[in-house]
Each structure stands twice: as C-alpha cells, then as structure tokens.
Design a protein around this ligand. Structure first.
Ligand code: SF4
Ligand code: SF4
Length: 437
C-alpha cells in the first residue's frame, strides 16, 4: 500500500504532538493538466501595496467547478457554482493559506506572488550577500518533488542545494523558532502571574491566523501573543547582529525566507516588518518554488552530500523543529514556561479531544509552585470558531491556545509539494521544462 504525504502527516504528527492531528484531510487526485499548474510571476511585487495582491486565484479556464476549494477554505471567501468557475472573491477575506490550492484536484489554483526571478538575480549580484532562512517543515518535504519518501529529512541536502543556488549564508529559521518559544513562554508567565495582558494568550506565529483575527475578530487582537514569529525574529537578527558579526553592510544583505507557506510571503511583505531599519525579509519562497529553482539550475538534488547551516544563527533545538506540526508551538512554549517557573522538566503533555469540537484538543498542566495552566490546540482554522466564540463571550477556560490555519500544521501548508506520487517536479512542470536555464 502506498502512503501519501497527508497520510504520513497524520501518523507523524500524532506521534510528535500527542495525537493532536484531526480534521478532514483528503488526498489530491491526479490533475487533468499538470505542466502549468502554478503561476510564477516574473514581476517583483510592490512591497508597499501588499494588500492589493491576491496571493492565490482560480484559473477560470482550468476550474472544473467541483467546489473542493470551497470545502477547504477556512473563511468561505472562495465561491462559484456548477455553472460559474470558482473565484477568490475578496482579498480582505482571504488569509492566503493556500489550502484551496493544495486541495484542488485539477491544479486550477495559481500562486500569484513569486520572488524567484529576483532571487536568481540577487544570487548573481556580487555586491549582494544573499542569506537563506529555511523554516522547519521545508526540510521534511523538499525531498518529495525529487521522488523521496514523504517525511524524509533532507536538511543536509537542502543546505547543499542552497549554496549551489548562490546563497552566501544559511541562517536557520529553527533558530528563530527557539527565540519565539522563549518570548512566547515568558509572555505567558507574565499574563498568568502578573495580568500583563488578557488571557487566553493565542499563538501568533501563523500569519493566516493573525490575518483572520485582524479581519474577523479585531477585538481579540490583544489576546494574540506579542511575540514575533520565527522569521519575524531571525530576519532582523540577520540584518543587525548577524550583519555586524559578519562585517556586512545590512543594506547589501538580501534575506530570503523559505517556507511551507504562502501566507508567510504576506507576513514578510507587511511594511511594519522592518525593525532592522530595512525590510527585514527581502523575499520569500515556498517549498514548491525551492524545488523548482533546484531543478531549474540543473542541480542533482539526490546526489548532494549533506551540508550544515552557518554558525551564529544556524543552531537550534528540537523544540524549534516541532514548530511544524500542530501542537508543537504550544508545547514548546509551555515546556519553557514550566521549566522557567518550576526548575523541573515537563513530561509529555497529555491532550484529550474536546467533546463536540472537531479538531480541538486540550490539556491541563500543573506547574509545581505555580498555577495550573489550561491549554488548547486547534488543528485547522476551520475548527477554531467555537473556541474563539467562547473567548469572545469571556467564558474560555484556557490560558493558552494554539491556532495553526492548516490542518496538521505547517507540514501540511499551502506552499508544500502537492501529492508526491502525482506531483513530481517532472510531472508538475512538464517532462523537461527546465532545460537551458
Ligand atoms: S487561500 Fe485560504 S482563505 Fe484564501 S481562498 Fe484559498 S483557502 Fe480560502
Ligand atoms: S499553518 Fe503554517 S503553513 Fe499554514 S498558513 Fe499557518 S504558518 Fe502557513
């Protein structure tokens, strides 16, 4: 029996995060047309006008009007009928998660913002120092477009490929994840013990979830953790601490985030992400695009010897790695808070399903010499509404709630490879579409 990536994620995620993976996951079927399923723009997006962009849109010519995209859309902003092609109706209501794209059985939904050409140009520019900042989940899925088994760890090959693509420095976004955990855990202690901000504290590292709160529940913005996401931390670190350490002019540093996610492009383009004094992240790509770039440059991925990220901002812990699955962010931050308050190690967090709420699991953790902390993990934004409504009504029993938009977390993000059996890069872009680059 073969196993596809999503089945694998259910198994791997359940083992890694205490069985928190639920939600309706369906397999992609082989698309009718494979060669041009994703649109890669050659235009550099205008960073000051990010709110004008549709990050995804339906290609009306390919749409078979099946309605699968609408079933997976957490906001209901994509709509059509048996006679009208589906369409993302309003940019404001779309959270850019790309769940419509990865679940479309016909490859009829296109990504609309891409930095690929700009990154290729920067990599050739001798005046620029190009920095790669890959997110935790990318290294577990990048092998799929090259025929490797879903879930294979290819971090070493990924680092080798990035250097061959012309990246000068690799600073691992897992380092950023560790920083986010420490900030978020410290903030949780402050909220619980000093009433510094309202409870419950929501995680804030998923940009689609943040946009959802901003658009649909703005009154709950104070409940979002004030901690920046991993890329929100490591990118300004790169252009300040990292640049100073490597004696690089930060104006010449070109930082590239690599994500399993489409919404992260939006996050990095937000004009306020400039605490380094520059746009902190200059460009973003997703796992599919990185696979495309590796192919486009004719790099034999499978033959690459493992390499490692650069030192300084390249080291990370196991806690940073589990950011990629539902429950990982919350568990890592809770672990930090537990140890900071009690000085003791936290054993496995025992989650149980919340009755009557699909995809919602909770746990209660007594911190020695501290409070009992009630936590909740929501697997997929579609499952969040009852929990959010409880918070809005002031009836939530929880101190800390994790929401990741994609069912299962970032490992199932909208920027990940599609069905690995049907969507090898060769299939996806045509038999030999990348020759002669
Ligand atoms: S990107 Fe997400 S929110 Fe936007 S239309 Fe697609 S599924 Fe809906
Ligand atoms: S769950 Fe992860 S991949 Fe999905 S939108 Fe949020 S950050 Fe992106």
């Amino acid at each position: 029996m073969s196993i596809n990536r999503r089945d694998f994620l259910k198994i791997a995620g359940a083992a890694a995060a205490g069985s928190v993976i639920t939600g309706a996951l369906t397999s992609c079927k082989k698309p009718d047309v494979e060669a041009e399923s994703v649109f890669y723009s050659t235009q550099k997006p205008d960073l000051s006008k990010y709110d004008k962009y549709y990050f995804v849109q339906v290609n009306a010519d390919k749409c078979q009007k099946c309605g699968t995209c609408r079933k997976h859309c957490p906001t209901g902003i994509i709509n059509g009928s048996e006679t009208e092609p589906y369409k993302v109706l309003d940019n404001a209501g779309c959270v850019f998660c790309g769940q419509c794209l990865i679940n479309c059985p016909y490859g009829a939904i296109d990504e609309k913002v891409s930095f690929i050409d700009e990154i290729f140009k920067a990599a050739k520019d001798a005046d620029k120092v190009v920095v790669a900042m890959p997110a935790p989940s990318v290294r577990y899925s990048l092998g799929e477009p090259f025929g490797m088994k879903p879930g294979t760890h290819v971090g070493g090959k990924m680092d080798a490929a990035l250097r061959k693509l012309g990246f000068d420095i690799i600073w691992d976004n897992q380092f950023g994840a560790d920083l986010t955990i420490m900030e978020e855990g410290t903030e949780l202690i402050g909220r619980i013990t000093k009433n510094e901000n309202p409870l419950p504290q929501f995680t804030s590292c998923c940009p689609a979830w943040v946009k959802f709160v901003e658009s649909f529940y703005p009154e709950l913005i104070p409940n979002l953790s004030t901690s920046k996401s991993p890329i929100g931390m490591i990118a300004p670190m790169a252009k300040t601490y990292g640049a100073a350490n490597r004696k690089v002019d930060p104006a010449k540093m070109y930082t590239v985030g690599i994500f399993p996610c489409i919404a992260k492009k939006f996050e990095c383009m937000r004009p306020e992400m400039n605490s380094s004094g520059f746009q902190d992240t200059d460009a973003s790509i997703d796992t599919r695009e990185l696979a495309y770039m590796i192919k486009k440059r004719g790099i034999d991925f499978l033959s690459l010897n493992d390499e490692r990220p650069d030192s300084l901002l390249g080291e990370s812990t196991g806690a940073g790695t589990i950011f990629g699955v539902n429950g990982g962010v919350m568990e890592a931050a809770l672990r930090f808070a537990y140890e900071a308050v009690s000085g003791q190690k936290l054993n496995a967090v025992d989650f149980t399903a919340v009755r009557g709420m699909d995809g919602v699991r909770s746990a209660s953790v007594k911190i020695p010499n501290g409070p009992e902390v009630k936590v909740c993990v929501i697997a997929g934004l579609k499952n969040a509404k009852p929990v959010i409504d409880e918070v809005k009504a002031g009836k939530s029993p929880y101190h800390f709630i994790e929401v990741m938009t994609c069912p299962g977390g970032c490992v199932n993000g909208g920027g990940q490879p599609l069905d690995p059996e049907d969507r090898l890069v060769e299939n996806f872009f045509g038999k030999n579409p990348l020759a002669g680059s």
